[in-house]
Design a protein around this ligand. Sequence first.
Ligand code: COI
Length: 366
Amino acid sequence: MTQSLSITVETTSQKKAKPPQDQLGFGIHFTDHMFMMDYSVEQEWHNARIIPYQPLVLDPAAKVFHYGQTIFEGLKAYKSADGSIRLFRPQDNFARMNRSNDRMSVPELDIDKAVEALERLIEVDADWIPTEPGTSLYIRPYVIATQATLGVAPSENYHFIIIMSPVGAYYPEGMNPVKIYVESQFVRAMVGGVGEAKTAGNYAAALKSQQIAKEQGYTQVLWLDGAEHKYIEEVGSMNVFFKIGGKVVTPVLNGSILAGITRSSVIQLLTHWGITVEERRLSIDEIYEAAEQGLLEEAFGTGTAAVISPIGEVNWGGQKLVIGEGRTGELTNKLYDTLTGIQYGTIEDPFGWTREVGAGKAESVR
Ligand code: COI
């Protein structure tokens, strides 16, 4: 076991009022505290601290503002009826963060220590975890490059920060099917680029298309591959799955798609249920052809924020395609119920995905 992290804790004397649980929205309210740790070439990661939630003071020349050297993650904590708190696959999030860090020349984090820091922060702000169905505590770890010089080079200084937000559904539709606009002009990422890294630029590059989609009444954008504008990639905030003729198909991870943790959980669940899952190139034509042949049964997206989101309609170049009569499919519902059941601890977790906060403590103080 790695040596435990030394974290100083400064609690606030001015706790904020908590928002009503039926009006949380997504990423609007933040808890009373945050975690922060600094990096310098000489000291590496140091000065781990939990402090009252507060604005950051950064030099205007900090590299993050100019060259976008930054990585983020997203995961959730869930409170069960018995008061126990669970995280879902937190090590996988920090392992992915390290892969993104590597791509963006950011120093790697110790995964166990990052999880430990997160657990301490959750314990300090445990009363912020909402308990109403469909709510959870969304956790946003991120790294920013803080060196105040304008040369284009990896920063020598960073902050690693964790903030937390009590949330409801990501999409205003809740569990109702979302409508997706297929982008055929702009691209999100190219193989060899940074598409599989969870870095800010991927999201900034998507905003224009998202605006266009919104103007036409669509919630999100479905991206096609950068080279041919033909193969389905992902929806920025979620990976996508299509049920075609009894099998489930999802785009293969090709380097320009985010390796979603919910995506991988869904593949494992489906396989466990004996349903064939194909991870492969999937063209947008194939979806329309499958629909024409009556084989397109369901479509859904997966993500930490989005959970399992049914897709009721796609629009590709003006051709509207309603999927499953615009209603949530049976398999989509079963996946949502099973995954959230495991996350909230109401059903058994045969995969060992959940981690109870504080459960490892007795072991680590020995
Ligand atoms: C998540 O699901 O955690 C994400 O990072 C998607 C997001 C950009 C809200």
